[in-house]
Design a binder for this molecule. Structure first.
Ligand code: ISL
Ligand code: CA
Length: 583
């Protein structure tokens, strides 16, 4: 029996950039309320709300200082309750971000834990410097980007690990004379999951929100919770130490406990953000029988345009993307499919063509997302083909990760021009520019000064114009979402890759002997569909039975195509009835 979270489309809202209603330049919950009807009309069944909790915003809400509150800049708890109930009226469910690998350093737990004798001490991972407590070394730590590199510290950090954001991952705290671990920014200390009290706290926080009517959680970096040991790691270009905390048995156990003791008592689901996950480790995290997570976000397909880390881009190659997608379609029974989120550059700029074939390629990506097996996740602005930012310098960038990496690259003597190119191509701010609602000043996002610059292309890429236009990307999304909702083959059929070439991706979905064939041309050139894969209408002219058979063969095209001639135009995407086995 299919679950409701397998049949609905999930739409991610990054509240800061969605819609401002009070002129402070920051999106807010009333702004989401304003657009609920449009989301309903688009076909959204679940909203994933990025963090709205109180936070110093060192990492835009992924550094939480109160898990049971709403940040005043987003509104009040009654705004949140109203959002839940208004969404419910429209049969839209809401899931929230659960960020439990770390808290903010301004969370009261952490503030208290800085005191060695506090009962909260053990909520975090505190360790003395490597040379012991008393011996003061005169040496400054010379990490490339050490937050502590500018001053002398008393000891070496407890181990050689490095963080996700290109900093040291140990920060020395004068007050307690020890270091704390932070795998992300230094304002994001990692919780100590060896402490059963931490588990109890999180269980109660989860119940707090589920009792308010939340339908589940997107679980932030959930496969790195449990640090099995704090030994030195094997030296790596990035993330030294990862073998000590990636998908450890301790994490599996925590997930099973949360499932059994909390989640199973509600009609809800979880989707885990699982970093560096492989098909094998992914299966272990979301296999129904193991009762851990319901779905996971994998990353392999998002890494196909990079060398090793995202800052080193390589030319996009649709074949690599297709291979990664096909591998995961085959590996898991049910995938959480996505091409965009708040951490990733815009898909049309990255996998499509945001100039000459902007609309065609955005629609092709729409067909891809909505014809895979699994739950589709889309990100705000994707439905109108929003593109990467048009910023020209670091002063326009807000993201903590981008600033850290830029500084690190400078220390490594990478020239300024290259540094900026790295940021421009890969910065998370590419996804975070405010939603372009209309062509009025500030794109209708705010009457004040937006917290992050708005792409100047809002005069021609905006929601208002696309709502009216039947041929728009937004209209295409709407019709594709409806098509999927009404198609058992697309929702529940199997997935079979047929052709994966440099710029061509063809696959079949099949259910109970009925099938659909999806053909995607990821290039600016006309491509032939390989012979034998499917007959074209042209060859069948004069053959009455074939004409009857081919009648209605084209289910969807981003070219308004009526007749199939075996060719795909630039960035053309087609859904055809009947696969090769039925021809
Ligand atoms: O940005 C990334 C992808 O290129 C990752 O390194 C990202 O930091 C990682 O996927 C974890 O992301 C999540 O946790 C972070 C937060 O900054 C991200 O916004 C969140 O999605 C720390 O909470
Ligand atoms: Ca606001």
């Amino acid at each position: 029996m299919a679950k409701w979270w397998q049949e609905r489309l999930i739409y991610q809202i990054y509240p800061r950039s969605f819609q401002d209603t009070n002129g402070d330049g920051i999106g807010d919950i009333p702004g989401i309320l304003m657009h609920l009807d449009e989301l309903k009309e688009l076909g959204v069944g679940i909203i994933w709300l990025s963090p709205v909790y109180p936070s110093p915003n060192a990492d835009n809400g992924y550094d939480i200082s109160d898990y049971r509150g709403i940040h005043p800049e987003y509104g009040t708890m009654s705004d949140m309750e109203l959002l839940i109930s208004e969404a419910e009226k429209r049969d839209i469910k809401i899931i929230m971000d659960l960020v439990i690998n770390h808290t903010s350093d301004e969370h009261p737990w952490f503030q208290q834990s800085r005191d060695k004798s506090s009962p909260y001490r053990d909520y975090y991972i505190w360790r003395p410097g490597k040379q012991g407590n008393s011996k003061r070394s005169k040496e400054a730590i010379s990490s490339p980007l050490g937050s502590s590199s500018s001053r002398e510290v008393s000891k070496y950090p407890p181990n050689n690990w490095t963080s996700f954001f290109g900093e040291d991952c140990w920060e020395y705290d004068e007050k307690s004379g020890e270091y704390y671990l932070h795998l992300f920014a230094k304002k994001q200390p990692d919780l100590n999951w060896h402490n059963p009290k931490v588990l109890e706290e999180i269980k109660s926080i989860m119940r707090f929100w589920l009792d308010k009517g939340i339908a589940g959680f997107r679980c932030d970096v959930i496969n790195i919770l449990y640090k099995t040991s704090l030994d030195d790691g094997v030296k790596r270009l990035a993330l030294t130490g990862i073998e000590h905390y990636l998908s450890q048995e301790g994490t599996h156990e925590i997930l099973r406990t949360l499932r059994r003791e909390v989640l199973d008592h509600y009609d809800c689901f979880t989707v885990g953000e699982t970093v560096f996950v492989t098909p094998q480790s992914g299966k272990e995290l979301c296999d129904e029988g193991r009762r851990e997570l319901n779905m996971i976000f994998s990353f392999e397909h998002m890494e196909t345009d990079q060398f090793y880390v995202k800052w080193f881009k390589r030319r996009f190659h649709a074949g690599r993307l297709a291979e990664a997608i096909a591998r995961w379609q085959g590996a898991l029974d049910w995938n959480a499919n996505y091409l965009e989120n708040h951490d990733q550059p815009r898909s049309v700029s990255r996998f499509g063509n945001d100039s000459h074939y902007w609309a065609e390629s955005a629609k092709l990506l729409c067909i891809l997302l909505l014809t895979l097996r699994g739950t589709p996740f889309m990100f705000q602005g994707q439905e109108i083909g929003m593109t990467n930012f048009d910023f020209t310098g670091m002063d326009q960038i807000q993201d903590v990760e981008s600033h850290n990496i830029y500084r690190l690259a400078k220390k490594l003597l990478i020239p300024a021009g290259i540094r900026w190119r790295m940021i421009r191509a890969s910065s998370r701010d590419n996804a975070r520019t405010p939603v372009q609602w209309n062509d009025s000043p500030n794109a209708g996002f705010t009457t004040g000064v937006p917290w992050l610059g708005i792409n100047r292309n809002y005069t021609h890429i905006n929601m208002a114009s696309q709502m009216k236009e039947p041929g728009s990307i937004r209209s295409f999304y709407k019709s594709m979402i409806a098509l999927r909702a009404n198609s058992d083959i697309l929702k529940h059929g199997s997935f079979k890759p047929l052709v994966i070439k440099k710029q061509l991706f063809i696959y079949e979905r099949e259910l109970d002997g009925q099938s659909l064939l999806i053909a995607l041309n990821f290039s600016g050139r006309t491509r032939k569909i390989p012979r034998g894969l499917i007959e074209d209408d042209r060859n069948n002219v004069g053959n009455t039975s074939a004409v009857v058979k081919n009648d209605g063969r084209i289910i969807k095209s981003n070219y308004h195509r009526k007749v199939f001639d075996g060719l795909l135009q630039p960035y053309e995407a087609l859904i055809l009835k009947g696969g090769p086995s039925h021809d």
